[in-house]
Design a protein around this ligand. Sequence first.
Ligand SMILES: [Fe+2]
Ligand SMILES: [Fe+2]
Length: 465
Amino acid sequence: MNLYERIPNNVNLSEDKKLQRALEKWLPNYLDWWQEMGPDGFQEKGVYLRTAISVEPDGWANFDFVKMPDYRWGIFLKPAEPDAKIGFGDYYGQPAYQEVPGEFRNSLRRIIVTQGDTEPASVEQQRELGKTCPSLYDLRNLFQVNVEEGRHLWAMVYLLQRYFGRDGRDEADALLERRSGNPDKPRILEAFNQPCDDWLNFFCFTMFTDRDGKYQLSALAESGFEPLARTCQFMLTEEAHHMFVGDTGLNRVVKRTAQLMKEGDVRELGGIPLDIIQKHINFWFSYSLDLFGGEISSNSADFFAAGLKGRYKEQEQYQDHIVAEQNFTMKVVEDGQLKDREVAMRNALNEVLRTEYVRDCEKGLARWNKSLADEGISERLFLPSSRFHRHLGEYAGHHFDIEGNLISAEEFERRKAEWLPTMADREYVRSLMHPVVEPGKIANWIAPPATGIKGKPFEFEYVRL
Ligand SMILES: [Fe+2]
Ligand SMILES: [Fe+2]
């Protein structure tokens, strides 16, 4: 097999011998990791997958049956814009960085490693899910997400190996050594160490945690370090499907629950009660909020000043790309009370990005509530306050109820079973997870999708078992 066949790319890999050697060395370790930590038990099965083989409109979504280890993890950057400029911060208007600027080398490496670490982590978290899939359609979607997260790891490893020399290669190796949830060598971010071992968790994860990814990638897609910007721009095309899986997956669970509510007791009928769904939303939403970092952050100011990480849709949404004068008012805890505090906007950019994210999540909630309304159910789902159940930032170390009111640790302890999944809730959900693998069949706790993949019907044999 020639190089392009093995590693499809648009980065002239065949002409860069040093990079080629580094990637060729990394590839077998990656495949070992995939076998050890990728989807358990399905490596030899044909899966109807989308593969990116070029960045052209007809090349980035090639559908065919592929065994996952034979999936071609390619390296694609959105084509370069001539004379790209740094779009924000202290170097606004200067030529974009084509190589790593020495003074920002550590920051940039940290940004790339942190993003890169989430990609294999999610594959590890989802490793066992195939065994309890609600349908072949869902099984296929799980594997699609998994191989693309694998490709996203490749994308970040490419940047590390191409632009960071020796320490980049070491970081690339370390990305294959950490393990989700392992106390000795955990993944970097906490949401990526949480178990994701049933499909309700999986749909919440792809809805809320992959959506954090969308906002991080969008902010990096603005980066003045052009290779990173172009990499992230291409990753975002794939990320949309991951959020689709979560959003529509939850919608289908909600719809099925609503149908069962009309028939009788949801539990007796083998569905997932609405309050358990709500608790899972609360859990994953709050962990995903932490991924944006502290509300007040000198890192966010430094990354913006350096032109490394912008705001969501920096060019489209904003006129002022320097942001030296503006302030941002947020609520913080002071003397046991919530008080307004004004901070320099550059120090509040994590919170600005988080606010965009919350708005996006709300659209999902509106869709699910519409499904409840369509089924004639009057209950509604909601997002908790973004202060609720936080482990990082201004609200960590304090306790809030679901509406964001400050409460005591004792009250939180007493009421947390109302708000967060209990062991019994988790066990109940797990008790419903039995594999359904006959084409056209679906588990009882979820509604079938409105349409199939790539014009194929739901009944299509998406995975050949
Ligand atoms: Fe990803
Ligand atoms: Fe993703």
